[in-house]
Design a protein around this ligand. Structure first.
Ligand code: PLP
Length: 265
């Protein structure tokens, strides 16, 4: 497959929600500048933490931004993108089949969306309950028969709020830490799913370093039971440095690369 490098998208009319400038121009330059700045922050944080070896995987969170931005990012070398709504992610993936991107589903997921998500996602970072794990396993059984696709990487989303499981402003989704072992057993036993590791969002208003330290502890327990489940998906625009300090292997960065999310809905 050839990657076009020049005049990309020239003459193609913009879709609603897309800017009309084409793929090059000021937006591409801005994304390039932002991406470079984030990559520098990552390198500096790795050096500060004394981390060597495989750097964390940068997932650029493109939710609310048009498919054209994803195409621009791909032209800048981005390989992994994150989305948090099935409909939006499915639409973008369908518009961009030629880029070889890896799509990460990072948002709260209803079980009835599992069938759709496994059609485009390489990984789901928000597995937080047995019903969702079962739905993903069932959907993958059908999808891998149909397409021979590789297993779906599953991250257990853990709640790091003190009142895990209760509705509160600080609660941002996820399984209670006590529920992680059973969920891990379930994922590890499911054909078509691969238990990758853990994911968390730092609770609002709390120290992200303390939250990510707790997550690192949970990850340590998990990987002592499941030696391949070493991934830690942690770190957003505001707290990537703290996440790197506590071992993040996957960073999910949106607004510091794409700018503020447009208010489309
Ligand atoms: C939106 C989102 C991100 C990216 O957040 P930014 O602050 O824009 O970097 C990361 N993780 C999850 C789960 C998200 O929903």
């Amino acid at each position: 497959m050839t990657r076009q490098t020049e005049g990309l998208g020239a003459g193609i009319p913009a879709r609603p929600g897309e800017d009309p400038e084409g793929l090059e121009g000021p937006r591409l330059a801005q994304l390039g500048t932002n991406l470079t700045a984030v990559r520098r922050r990552i390198d500096a944080a790795l050096a500060a933490a004394g981390r060597q070896g495989t750097p964390p995987r940068l997932i650029v969170v493109t939710k609310f931004h048009p498919a054209q931005d994803v195409r621009r990012l791909a032209s800048l070398g981005v390989t992994d993108v994150g989305e948090n709504r099935d409909q939006e992610a499915a639409d973008k993936a369908a518009q961009l089949p030629d880029l070889g991107l890896r799509w990460h589903f990072i948002g709260q997921l209803q079980s009835n969306k599992a069938k759709s998500v496994v059609k485009y996602a390489g990984a789901v970072h928000s597995v937080d309950r047995p019903g969702l794990a079962a739905a993903l396993a069932k959907a993958m059984a059908v999808e891998s028969d149909r397409t021979g696709r590789p297993p779906l990487d599953c991250f257990i989303q853990v709640s790091l709020a003190d009142d895990a499981g209760e509705a509160s402003a600080a609660h941002r989704g996820g399984a209670a830490p006590a529920d992680v072992p059973a969920l891990a057993e379930q994922l590890a036993a499911a054909a078509g799913l691969r238990l990758a590791g853990v994911m968390a969002v730092a609770p609002l208003g709390a120290d992200p370093a303390a939250a990510f330290e707790k997550l690192a502890g949970i990850s340590g327990h998990l990987s002592s039971q499941f030696p391949d489940a070493t991934a830690i998906s942690a770190g957003m625009s505001q707290d990537l440095e703290q996440a790197i300090r506590f071992g993040a292997t996957h960073l999910r960065i949106g607004s510091d690369i794409l700018g503020p999310r447009p208010d489309l809905r």
